[in-house]
Ligand binder design. Structure first.
Ligand code: 13P
Length: 248
């Protein structure tokens, strides 16, 4: 049995005025259901430290949305994995499609970032997913294979890494793949993980992301090999995020 993870990615949204939302999420997951799964929120890095302070007594985990591949140095504007750990973050998203696109991040770089996360004892949430054009061309699984091969460090364990399958065309569009397509993608990812990482790969969490909302979450989360979700827009409101959490 893989323990599910419901994760929120606030992207470049959220100022101090959003702190009550974090508080509401933290309070909303107290109780017996919260003991059955992990809940993580990744606010922008400006809110990281205050968010972990706010969640000090709560089961809500706090993570970051990106890290630099190096520990420190002349990298203006970047944040290291060690800095995230220093702010009591436990997870970091790496290789999100928005960073692959906006910052031309390659699989090779994403792998280096995941390694940096591991060195700082953070769990890396490694994002993969095909574009709409790649899917139309029948290349979706080839793309996933290339991204998995290139982005995952050899030191992957079920504890230090989470995979997030986020079809690019499903992000922020309100469109999701059919349950059969999600099932096929996650089964493929599971097979790849198990073939390379054996037992650790068999137990690694595979999240689905892309237009998850309170209405479609129950269907998506019930699919084989879907071990939770990475939620963008619907994680901004505590009420919506908690409704997704409650499908478990
Ligand atoms: P949406 O839930 O807004 O589609 O975003 C998904 C995502 O990119 C999470 O990382």
């Amino acid at each position: 049995e893989i323990r599910p993870l419901v994760a929120g990615n606030w992207k470049m949204n959220g100022t101090r005025s959003a702190l009550p939302q974090i508080k509401a999420i933290a309070e909303g997951i107290e109780g017996p259901l919260g003991a059955k799964l992990d809940v993580l929120l990744c606010p922008p890095s400006t809110l990281l430290y205050v968010a972990t302070a706010l969640c000090d007594e709560s089961p809500l985990l706090i993570g970051a949305q990106d890290c630099h591949q190096q520990v420190s140095g002349a990298h203006t504007g970047d944040v290291s994995a060690e800095m995230i750990a220093d702010c009591f973050g436990t997870h970091v998203i790496v290789g999100h499609s928005e960073r692959r696109k906006d910052h031309a991040e390659t699989d090779h770089l994403v792998r280096a970032k995941a390694e940096a996360a591991h060195a700082a004892e953070l769990t890396a949430i490694v994002c993969i997913g095909e574009t709409g054009d790649e899917r139309s061309a029948g290349q979706a699984l080839d793309v996933l294979k290339r991204q998995l091969d290139g982005s995952l460090p050899d030191g992957l364990t079920a504890q230090n890494t989470v995979i997030a399958y986020e079809p690019v065309w499903a992000i922020g569009t309100g469109v999701t793949p059919t349950p059969d397509d999600v099932k096929a993608a996650h089964a493929f990812i599971r097979a790849e993980l198990t073939s390379r990482f054996a037992e650790e790969g068999a137990r690694t969490r595979i999240l689905y992301g892309g237009s998850v909302n309170p209405r479609n979450a129950a269907t998506l989360m019930a699919i084989d090999n879907v071990d939770g979700c990475l939620v963008g827009g619907a994680s901004l409101k505590a009420e919506d995020f908690l409704a997704i959490y409650r499908v478990y």
